[in-house]
Design a protein around this ligand. Sequence first.
Ligand code: HEM
Length: 502
Amino acid sequence: MAPIAIYLLLIIILLPLFGLLFGARPKSDPRWPSGPRPLPIVGNLHMLGRLPHRALTKLAQEYGPIMSLRLGHVPTIVVSSPRAAELFLKQYDAVFASRPIFQASVYMSYGAKGIAFTPYGDFWRRARRMCTLHLLTQAKVESFEGLRTSEIEVAVRRLVEAAAAREVVDVGERVGELVEGIVFKMLVGKSMEEDKRYDWKGVVREGVALAGAFNLADFVPYLAPLDLQGLTRKIKAVSKAADEMAENIIEDHLKGEDFGQQTDIVGTMLAIMANPNSEFFSTFDRENVKAIMLDLFVGGIDSSLQTIMWALSALTKHPRVMKLLQEELDAKIGKHRMVLESDLPKLAYLDMVVKETFRLYPVGPLLVPHESMEDVIVDGHMIPKKSRVIINFWAIGRDPNVWSKNAEDFYPERFMGREIDVRGRDFELIPFGAGRRGCPGIHLGLMTVKIVLAQLVHCFNWELPNGVRPEEVDMIEEFGLAMSRVNKLLAIPSYRLLDTHS
Ligand code: HEM
């Protein structure tokens, strides 16, 4: 008999036993939060559907803001209100600051040796400290202004050509090229196109897609060897390509004559590690370095790109908001020049548009799962060690109890005169998470989103093609590591400045 058939037979024989063991609640503790009854084996997995953030929002309306589920074999808590999120990410942050290990991170992060999918511990603390103290600081981000400006100028020039030809452009493709260009250059000092050895873009895009894919093996581990979805095979293939790419990037940096003076983020990281006076000297092995680097690619590109796409989609759908934003840009900057990064603090309406985009279309609707490191009682609920915690920020962002009855409307003015911050202080708006696991790339993310969005809206009007009306622009989402649009956003740019590009 083929090994796979033996395996299947074993599973069939053992199924009822597993059902008894794992279909029940984790403990008969009445303090375990309430939630829908799990089925044997799958638990509540079948209830998640293709858009788990929406399914979980509906369930929370029945079971409350701290709800329990069993996903496959994993006891899971779903948190769906600002107050509950504050309990988990602030008051008990130290208990919930770990991450579950996923199959993708085992292969793509060399056994969870990076940051984003690495359990809490000494290594994660040091790697994260290096990011927040040296790699992703506000000063470091600001030091890349020239790079961002020249990448944006190239993209604007290409769009001016498209505008002259009245070309219908795939906005996602253009914004994708621009953001990938900016982030890749900041990270490794050159563009993806410059180096023809690999399909860099393909590897990063495939890695992001696989890291965000729903993988049955993460929830029902004994099914892993069957690779029913074919994901293990794909993850292994992309990990191999990503490893070669990471090796080459490291070697190119180490061989470079200017090693130590390089200002890109990977170069900075390698120089810090090679410096005997640094606290990070000899702290990380080669696999750690590669895993951290790949985490920065995965975390750095898609999140900013998809946020910009949601904002542009919402603006095209809501011409009133687009007009107000362009009026602000005209008043504060004028039509004779492009936006400078130093203009951004003056652009209050832009800030509100970005916040409103994060609220309604968060790229991380469920943030990244957390895991408890010990048994703890939260708000009277017993949460056992190794429970998975999902923060449903999507539900919080659309909760009428938090945002009043027009919660579903794209209405940036709701932030006028309200001191709501996105950096993890105000739990009704946590697009970057909060606490120990909050996003370390927040400065870079906000800067990229704001400058690209401001520039595209200042330089161009965006007309919908083929008589499509603004209200017909769809906002259908696809769940993944970074939530994206399902359908392309197509538009005809027309240049609106009065300078030399025209
Ligand atoms: C608009 C842009 C961005 C958004 C909305 C965003 C959002 C997030 C979210 C929701 C988390 C998980 C927080 C949690 O689990 O509580 C996260 C984690 C993370 N992000 Fe970002 N992010 C953005 C940009 C970036 C950038 C530019 C980088 C780096 C180049 C980055 C690197 C990371 C890393 C390494 C983590 C894992 C942190 C940890 O586990 O300790 N992100 N981000």
